[in-house]
Design a protein around this ligand. Structure first.
Ligand code: ADP
Ligand code: ADP
Length: 225
């Protein structure tokens, strides 16, 4: 039994099947990249794991517990989107604190954990700024801090680098990998970019038209038929 076990997962939108009987797993502390062309169902799979989209059938076991019946806030999963999805009228600090406020943590603990999360993404000096005062890369680091601050059991990254220019993308890619290793955080990273997949991952899962077509390390991706 792996840390995360997705078994026989089915999802359709109306009559359109997005994926059928998907099996997918991740070990504790593993960085798995889900690679595949745009529209193949990667994002939907992540949203199903996060609980932002309902599944039709199947199981999602996290540390042995089926999380399908749980609402998103009870799953202790962090998610980062391509579009950052920050609250524009809140400071960086307030954006990062949001999830902890929802959990009704004491103010002092919130402050401490927000500052820890901002230090991780090297944004301590930006706590009082608003999203519109930040670059795209900085916004994405705030989104990352916001997802880490709740100390999730699993981190889901949905094309977090795609909206950024090449230089920043490379820098943030390394930063994500370093943080992931430091926290030993089980991470699923979705991308359509092969280079990103090859440089980042412990393992690459190749998806096409709602099916997992290959699963292995970077070498296996090229040597298997
Ligand atoms: P990817 O992340 O690989 O680009 P998605 O999971 O976003 O793929 O989309 C997979 C398919 O599901 C696409 O054909 C997309 O148009 C469709 N889809 C995604 N979200 C919805 C939705 N809310 N309603 C209907 N179809 C959707
Ligand atoms: P959409 O697919 O509707 O364009 P997103 O994928 O950005 O939008 O966000 C989907 C939903 O997830 C929204 O309702 C948003 O409020 C919520 N959301 C945004 N950020 C987070 C987060 N870090 N963790 C969990 N849910 C989030």
């Amino acid at each position: 039994m792996s840390y995360l076990n997705v078994t026989q997962l089915n999802k359709s939108y109306g009559p359109t099947s997005i994926f059928e009987n998907i099996d997918f797993s991740a070990d504790e502390g593993e960085f798995v990249t889900l690679l595949g062309p745009s529209g193949c169902g990667k994002s939907t799979l992540l949203r199903c794991i996060a609980g932002l989209t309902d599944v039709d059938s199947g199981k999602i076991l996290l540390q042995g517990q089926d999380i399908v019946p749980l609402p998103p806030q009870k799953r202790t999963i962090g998610m980062v989107f391509q579009s950052y999805a920050l609250f524009p009228n809140m400071t960086v600090e307030k954006n990062v604190a949001f999830g902890l406020k929802m959990q009704k943590l004491p103010g002092g603990d919130i402050q401490k954990r927000v500052m820890e999360a901002l230090a991780l993404v090297e944004l301590t000096d930006f706590a009082r700024r608003y999203p519109h005062q930040l670059s795209g890369g900085q916004c994405q680091r705030v989104a990352l801090a916001r997802s880490l601050v709740t100390r999730p059991r699993l981190l889901l990254l949905d094309e977090p680098l795609s909206a950024l220019d090449a230089r920043i993308r490379r820098h943030l890619r390394e930063q994500i990998r370093n943080i992931q290793q430091e926290l030993k955080l089980t991470t699923i990273f979705v991308t359509h970019d092969q280079e990103e997949a090859l440089t980042l991952s412990d393992r690459i899962v190749l998806m096409n038209r709602g099916k997992i077509v290959q699963n292995g390390n970077a070498e296996a991706l090229y040597t298997q038929p």
